[in-house]
Ligand binder design. Sequence first.
Ligand SMILES: O=C(O)CCC(=O)C(=O)O
Ligand SMILES: [Fe+2]
Length: 312
Amino acid sequence: MHSQSSAETARDRAPRRPSGKNDERPAIRRAVFGEAGVTTQLAMSPAELAECRGLITDQWLGRIGEMYSAEVVAQFREVGLPRYHQLVDRVDHKALWPKTARLLPPAAVSRIRDMSFMQALAAEFGPFGISNEEELHPEEIYWRIVRPAAGSDIGPVHADAWFWELGHGTTPPDTVRVKVWIPFYRESGMNGLKVLPGSHRQHWPYHGEERDGFVKPQSDFNESSVPMQLLNIEPGTLVVFNDRLLHGGALNSGQTTRVSAEFTMFVSRRRLLAVGCTSAQLDARGLCQTGGLCQTDGAIGVPADSTRHRVA
Ligand SMILES: O=C(O)CCC(=O)C(=O)O
Ligand SMILES: [Fe+2]
């Protein structure tokens, strides 16, 4: 099991040095756009955690109520979200939970937008938008359920950039995408998010294939050969990560249902440049294509003869 700090390199934890524009960047931006590509140093308050859990629980029960009787809803309310899997044979799990049923309603997003952790993100990245690739709500924050031992509840290892490259959603001009993943119910060491620090600076081949009626990315390397690290973080901790970082949900080997939420920030590129990020850091794709910082040869898990994925 890896500790929370394992996602950050020694350099990212190093105290700021007095000289040099880049060295004055605060640690969160430095982690996301620097060597690690991921940080777990922000967390919501206990009150915010409780409120988010309540907002998700309300939507969970409301959705069950759309398909089942009040009696069934009462049974699920009684067991609670972390023990959802114990009653799951009373419902059609797949029919209940398409992504659109897990997008928090605008009123909930607006509550979350007002929370202090959102302000901490804005202090770090500047005022930001939140993506809405489902085009259902102006800003989309959605949650996931991962039941114990349910392989079908987790997707393959990926970088979120692959989804955007395959045409999921539109990124506003002059913005940079940064992802946020937050666990709400999880068991230490048993489930959660796996990441590969530093992978955003390497090239990872993939292709698009149809799954659940959508073209989704699938890696062209063997996942089991990639040393993913399961993040051991408390509920309410934010995982803020680079759009090109390899990550994925871990198979839930615990006793309770894992629940997390996520959203994509659209951050102003101009502002990031103004506060010391370099265009090379913000455009890792350019680095890969020009062979700059991105050392692709011998990247872990990539066959030596693999061809680079071409971005249209
Ligand atoms: O929660 C998961 O299982 C996967 C999360 C993910 O891919 C993301 O947050 O981008
Ligand atoms: Fe992802």
